[in-house]
Write a protein that binds this ligand. Sequence first.
Ligand code: B16
Ligand code: MG
Length: 217
Amino acid sequence: MNKTAVIFDLDGVIVDTAKYHYLAWRKLANKLGFDFTEAQNELLKGVSRVKSLEILLDIGKVSLSDKEKEQYMFEKNENYLSYISKMDQSELLPNMKSLLEHLKNKGVAIALGSASKNAKLILDTTKITSYFDAIVDGNKVAAAKPDPEVFLLAAKLLNKNPNECIVVEDAQAGIQAANDAKMMSIGIGDKEILKEATYVFESTSALTNDFLDKLIK
Ligand code: B16
Ligand code: MG
């Protein structure tokens, strides 16, 4: 089946916001009295905010009431927002602007499929909102990746069948979600970690316009 739509994940595919998530979660960990390493931050990639907090608290062996959890998630997000509000186009990952432009010119449908509740702000500050025909973010879905809901909703909003869609994702949970949605998946990152993907590239610079052209025809 020819592909006619591409659904992009945000963090790790279009921008590298993981570093800002890391700084904000580390600040919270330190406040709660423990350290949080960059290696541990890998566990939070592609995972929802509430699940990220649970993983963090598990690492620090800290238990909190629901009210405290809400308060700390709010604080972490305020801190994260202070970083992302300063972002600009220079933070787009290699080749992404050109790829979006290329797909748009070809008439390929483009959607965002992200777990982030801050996705719209990031698309705005990096000035790429206009490329997207549909935006599905953490505010629109009930079930987080690896549940396929985020990508199935994106396909529905684009009026496409899942087998017409290609998902570009950096997280293992995202690749699983794409596979369960019966979509072709392109992983960005480690070949071993993303081995369930249809194709894997080490970084976005290796994902060329020509490669996507071959899938789209
Ligand atoms: P927020 P993606 C995900 O974005 C991040 O990878 C993950 O680390 C983060 O916890 C999640 O968004 C929620 O983000 O706190 O902004 O709602 O990779 O799905 O684009
Ligand atoms: Mg991601």
